[in-house]
Design a protein around this ligand. Sequence first.
Ligand code: OAD
Length: 246
Amino acid sequence: MQFPENLIQILNAAKRVAVITGAGISQESGVPTFRGEGGLWKQFRAEELATPEAFQRNPVLVWEWYDYRRGICQKAEPNPGHLVLAEMENYFEEFLLITQNVDGLHGRAGNRKILEIHGNIWKARCTVCRKIYENFEVPLIKIPVRCPDCDSIARPHIVWFGENYDTEILWEANEFLSKSDIVLIIGTSGMVQIPVQLTEIAKRNGATTIEINPEKSHLTNIVSFHLEGKSGIILPELFSMIRNRK
Ligand code: OAD
């Protein structure tokens, strides 16, 4: 891809870089996006299962959906897009990766400075004693999953529709974004408000905002640059342009 010259100059000068990722970055690893093809499980959409009401109504159904998705995530490997973000963490002076993804692929690619704002599919939380613990069984041995301490029903440690975000995590994201030189927004539709709000905060504070997505999204109109294509192709190309300048 031919990148605008001013974009490369801005990236070369950048010291503090933030990245916001959504399901699209894991698409090339074989993890389906929520709103694209393969986003349905049985006849359900994510919005019908990823809610506290759905879990209260039918915890077995919701856990079966997570069991199915955990199976996909376990088989998936980080793709070149994930791997470049791990290199970027070491390359830029200051770096933070804010992800909506729960698949754990950024950590497996090598990133350490990660805020998982929607939680993690490999963690469960007791609905009674609130203990949070890791669970890597695939498939799950017993559904619904039960707390190892008090044997009450546990739920996925995920922020569902209609639930509040962890305020400390959001504060940390805001703090970093409000002083960032660059924000890369990768593979998110912007249907959930948070990535849009975070991008707006960064932009208001003078950051250059760069979207990577094969399609137009709810963010396309507010970003400084929209790079159209798959992140597994564009990110390595973009990063090699910066590295080659040094
Ligand atoms: P979506 O499924 O809404 O959007 C995925 C985006 O990725 C779309 O804009 C696609 O065009 C883009 N995309 C597809 N393939 C791509 C590729 N190879 N490279 C780059 N981009 C690509 O996913 P999110 O925006 O992440 O919440 O959805 C936000 C939240 O809604 C999710 O975190 C999830 C969901 O319900 C919870 O589970 C709590």
